[in-house]
Design a protein around this ligand. Structure first.
Ligand SMILES: Nc1ncnc2c1ncn2[C@@H]1O[C@H](COP(=O)(O)OP(=O)(O)OP(=O)(O)O)[C@@H](O)[C@H]1O
Length: 251
């Protein structure tokens, strides 16, 4: 257990010109801890992640607050295909990141890349025959993207709705993989999602964002059980129950 947080975001404000997009956002994260950022579309979740990564989009500036972190952050985006170079075979892409980020020999980079593929549960056939992103499924592409993120040896993994573009069964497999890897590698995680169930399953802490600000934060389960803010309550109420389970006896 580390004594001090590995990430501290205080009073973060972001703007595009005169328009404030994120206002006074703050939270902290300990080693190995997971924090979920939930909220409506356009509430500033992705921009907050990008600010932590130090990669704000053109035209958006940090106009207030501080982000303190002593560890490396890596990010996984929503659409895995857009994160990969379509003209470069995938194992080669993992290898390149290992080579440059871990500063090892080409041979060692290849070995580490293959180990990462194995860790991510990618097919063995990729070891023999590398393939382009267009030749892999969406789920396989996202596993490659995660391998690339892990090749950076991050202390914090920033996940921007990493499963939204995938079908539900693949979604579950990817989430299980991320959970397993977090336990194995002990990285902290900030996980952006619209899905409260996913956030509560993966994260011990939640921040609910609305219109660029955090309206409620706290321990995930107690926040869902005893929401204080009407917007949090509305998010909970908007989770659709499965029709066949509605009204059935408690399980
Ligand atoms: N490059 C940009 N220039 C100007 N405004 C931007 C830019 N990128 C995002 N915004 C605006 O900033 C606000 C927050 O955007 P952000 O992408 O962080 O929202 P979000 O909560 O992640 O939404 P979603 O869940 O739909 O991804 C939105 O109003 C968006 O239109």
């Amino acid at each position: 257990m580390s004594a001090s947080p590995i990430l501290e975001v205080e009073e973060l404000s972001l703007a595009a010109g005169s328009k404030t997009l994120v206002s006074g956002v703050g939270f902290s994260l300990d080693r190995g801890e997971s924090l979920g950022l939930v909220g409506e579309s356009g509430s500033g979740k992705s921009l907050t992640l990008r600010a932590i990564l130090g990669l704000l989009p053109r035209g958006v500036e940090q106009v207030g607050g501080t982000i303190k972190s002593e560890v490396r952050a890596a990010m996984i985006f929503q659409d895995p295909r857009k994160s990969l170079d379509p003209l470069c075979p995938v194992v080669r892409q993992v290898e390149e990141v290992v080579y440059y980020r871990q500063q090892v020999s080409r041979k060692a980079a290849r070995t580490i890349a293959l180990e990462l593929l194995e860790m991510l549960g990618l097919p063995d056939s990729l070891k023999q025959t590398d393939r382009y992103p267009s030749q892999l499924s969406g789920g396989q592409c996202q596993r490659i993207v995660i391998a690339i993120a892990l090749a950076c040896k991050p202390g914090i993994l920033l996940c921007d709705e990493p499963t939204t573009a995938l079908d539900v069964t693949v979604q579950q497999q990817i989430l299980a993989t991320i959970t397993r890897l977090q336990q194995e590698l002990d990285f902290a995680m900030v996980f952006v999602t619209h899905n409260l169930a996913i956030a509560a399953t993966l994260c011990s802490k939640l921040c609910v964002m609305k219109q660029g600000s955090i309206v409620e934060h706290g321990d995930a389960l107690s926040l869902l059980q005893h929401p204080q803010h009407p917007y949090t309550q509305m998010l909970i109420d908007s989770v659709l129950p499965l029709p066949e389970l509605e009204g059935s006896a408690s399980v």
